[in-house]
Design a protein around this ligand. Structure first.
Ligand code: SF4
Length: 396
């Protein structure tokens, strides 16, 4: 599977100031030296760069995520122009997916029409009820953002209900102290959103979770999510659905090999392109500190896209993705978990050769999902066989 996701920093500024934001408050202030917004000239260069890259790499899919900062700060005119540009330049050479991850504060009917016009999937960042969300997602004057985000979400929902928009999705950063049944109940029952994704709070193995109680808290929170999902089967909770996908239909080994690609195959790699055309690795590695700070950044004018993805750092990332940490070797969940997300495995001393800092919590979640399967008639022997088999990659 040759698939690449480009996180395109169309706006390197934000209209709010979430206190957990690594991009602006994580110590890397390089964004200040780059243009606040992607210009038409650089967007045209990027379109041509990615078109050529998609051809060179023979990509089957390229995802461009309009990202920031707050991507909608570029304004409707530029957003319209850039979508047209990418569709016309790249659409003919690969399967192009456009999406945006926004805080939702600026969404109105005009934006909804633009998303529909260009088939742009929209993820809104929201962390729960007003009380939960507004603890961290605040504006520059320290005021909560929940009410204004919900207004944007409502505009998206009306567009979707009238057949002229896209189905909104919510991306939430889990607050382990909150009751996740309340959070998900708010999204689903009160806001009417069925498609939800979640992120665990940013951290690395070395940084840890604070204290032991917090790890147990995350396990409890993940269990609450599972419980909610079982009671509300209409909800699509991406990360947990991916776990259950492993237990779906069996793929013969040769089919899996095709799905997985051969050694060194580019699959699901993420590239950040900043507002000045600089290439970087994914922001999700920010908790790794120095490792990410020392990672190369290159101008797209100096290196082709295929060569960028052939840089040693991408080989290191792919090798880490393909290698189970030593301590995970005997783990019953290893085939599914793979040691967790790379940034959660990192320490200066051992690189990515650590189990996820969320290991204990993940094990609680996996166990409770499997108990649910068995309770609902999925044969126990089959659960065990599936845990011992390679993941169903085509379903992922
Ligand atoms: S559950 Fe823990 S030990 Fe098992 S593979 Fe995941 S991180 Fe490693």
């Amino acid at each position: 599977m040759r698939k690449v996701q480009v996180i395109l920093k169309v706006a390197e500024r934000c209209n709010i100031a979430c206190d957990y934001c690594y991009y602006f408050f994580g110590g890397d202030e390089s964004y200040k030296k780059r243009p606040p917004y992607l210009t038409s000239e650089v967007a045209a260069e990027i379109a041509e760069y990615l078109r050529q890259g998609a051809i060179d790499l023979n990509l089957v899919q390229l995802d461009i995520v309009f990202h920031g900062g707050e991507p909608l700060m570029i304004g409707k005119e530029r957003f319209d122009e850039y979508c047209q540009l990418f569709r016309s330049a790249i659409g003919p050479v690969t399967d192009l997916h456009l999406s945006t991850q926004t805080n939702g504060m600026l969404i109105d009917e005009g934006w909804v029409a633009l998303f529909a016009k260009h088939g742009v999937a929209v993820g809104i960042s929201l962390d729960g009820t007003a009380e939960i969300n507004d603890k961290h997602r605040i504006d520059k004057r320290g005021r909560g953002t929940h009410a204004r985000v919900v207004k944007g979400l409502e505009a998206l929902k009306s567009g979707y209900a009238n057949g002229s928009g896209v189905e909104p999705a919510i991306l939430t950063v889990m607050n382990p102290a909150a009751d996740q049944r309340e959070v998900l109940g708010h999204f689903y029952h009160e806001l009417g959103v069925t498609s939800i994704g979640f992120l665990l709070p940013d951290t690395s193995y070395a940084r840890g979770l604070g204290d032991g109680a917090r790890a147990a808290e995350v396990g409890r929170a993940l269990n609450e999510m599972i419980e909610f999902l079982h009671k509300n089967p209409g909800v699509k909770l991406r990360e947990i659905d991916e776990f259950y996908a492993h237990f779906q239909e069996f793929k013969a080994p040769e089919q899996r090999a095709v799905a997985a690609g051969g050694p060194g195959e580019i699959r699901n790699q993420i590239v950040v392109i900043q507002s000045d055309g600089t290439l970087a690795i994914d922001d999700s590695y920010m908790p790794t500190g120095k490792w990410r700070a020392d990672a190369p950044v290159r101008s797209m004018r100096d290196i082709g896209f295929a060569d960028w993805l052939d840089q040693p750092i991408y080989h290191e990332i792919r090798a880490a993705q393909d290698t189970l940490p030593d301590e995970c070797q005997e783990c019953v969940w290893a085939k599914i978990c793979r040691g967790g997300d790379l940034e959660n495995r990192f320490s200066e001393a051992r690189g990515f050769n650590n189990p996820s800092i969320y290991c204990e919590a993940l094990q609680v979640m996996y166990a409770s999902a499997c108990v649910h399967l068995v309770k609902h008639g999925y044969p126990k022997e089959r659960v065990l066989a599936k845990l011992a088999s390679e993941p169903n990659l085509s379903a992922a």
